[in-house]
Design a protein around this ligand. Structure first.
Ligand code: NAD
Length: 325
């Protein structure tokens, strides 16, 4: 990128970064993390004691991709009433050679596509090739992005879905229909019985899927648990599955694995970074009957990776604004 600060707004991000771009960027950075070429810095997340907001920073450096930066933002629960997204974020990219601010990139759309890319990467590398039924647990803002990205990885024929607030399901059903997939709202047990791949993307604090409901050979991507105390699945699933994560440090502290670790049902050594599979250093799924579980906690390097794509593409297409600092 040339001199000056590049500004890339939310609308431009949606124009210049599609799910394939996000997949490639996230897959590459997970690989770099597992090789030790990229690392995330400690996450800051604070209740600011105002507007019930949570505010924080996720940052890191990818030496391979030469991406240095920070995503700043958080959760403002009152925003919905103002017609705004509750989750708000902005990504700052810095030149790793000089420390100069290079780009200011809207982070709301990119957060959704990079999170969807994460589960999508896990499906690409871990799900059975013959998977036909996708199970969706959750029907909020992220869920449609998750569904669209997952649909690109396997020849799914049908989506089965469950959500604690069933009135939210038709929006997901409309996206399934748009993708040419059958859609059925089911109970949690039926979802487990039918699905070959399951994505959980809720704000739950207790298990929504139990071990006995899940078929052998299922791949499950747990995407909602990104904070201490949150939980989406029965820890017994982790104990019986081969477990993978975006980053092990986050998986055991704020991810789905926190509960199975605390209960002594699995050890840290039982978790494999998905980057090891991407790099060809781990075989991934070992048999057609094995249950694989991906703990997608969300790391700052994912944000930086997609923001870097957005900045380059926006500049190339003449869609970014450049200002002198
Ligand atoms: P949203 O508010 O739009 O939707 C929330 C979803 O959770 C809905 O399906 C809702 O019915 C369900 N839900 C709400 N309260 C619940 C409860 N107490 N128990 C069970 N389910 C409940 O949120 P979203 O933007 O779709 O995000 C979903 C989750 O994903 C959030 O927890 C968010 O923090 C998390 N998230 C994770 C990542 C990541 O990288 N892993 C990235 C973004 C968001």
């Amino acid at each position: 990128m040339s001199e000056g600060l590049l500004i890339v707004g939310e609308e431009v991000c949606a124009q210049v970064v599609n799910s394939k771009d996000a997949f490639d960027a996230v897959e590459a950075v997970f690989g770099a993390m597992a090789r030790g070429d990229a690392y995330n810095f400690p996450v800051i997340r604070e209740a600011i004691g105002y507007a019930d907001a949570l505010y924080g920073f996720k940052s890191g450096f990818d030496k391979a991709g030469k991406t240095l930066g920070v995503k700043s933002g958080g959760y403002w629960p009152g925003n919905m009433a103002k017609g705004l997204t509750n989750h708000q974020s902005t990504i700052f990219l810095f030149d790793p050679d000089t420390g100069m601010l290079q780009a200011l990139v809207g982070g709301n759309y990119l957060t959704a596509v990079r999170t969807a890319a994460s589960s999508s990467v896990s499906i690409a590398h871990l799900a059975r090739k013959d998977a036909k039924v996708l199970g969706m647990v959750g029907a909020g803002h992220q869920s449609t992005f998750q569904l669209r990205a997952a649909a690109e990885q396997r020849d799914f024929e049908k989506v089965v879905a469950w959500n604690p607030h069933p009135e939210m399901l038709p929006k997901l059903g409309a996206v399934a229909k748009e993708l040419g997939l059958d859609f059925e709202a089911v109970t949690q047990e039926e979802l487990g019985a039918q699905a070959d791949v399951i994505i959980t993307i809720t704000s739950a604090f207790e298990p929504l899927m139990m071990k006995d409901w899940i078929k052998p050979g299922t791949h499950i991507a747990c995407m909602g648990t990104d904070t201490k105390g949150k939980q989406e699945v029965d820890p017994a699933i982790l104990a019986s599955a081969r477990v993978f994560a975006d980053e092990i440090a986050q998986s055991i502290t704020i991810g789905e694995a926190q509960h199975a670790i605390a209960a002594g049902q699995i050890a840290e050594a039982d978790i494999t970074p998905i980057g090891a599979v991407i790099n060809g250093d781990h075989a991934g799924r070992s048999s057609a009957d094995e249950i694989t579980l991906f703990d997608g906690t969300g790391v700052g390097l994912q944000d930086l990776a997609v923001a870097s794509v957005a900045a380059h593409q926006a500049e190339k297409q003449g869609k970014a604004t450049r200002v002198a600092l």
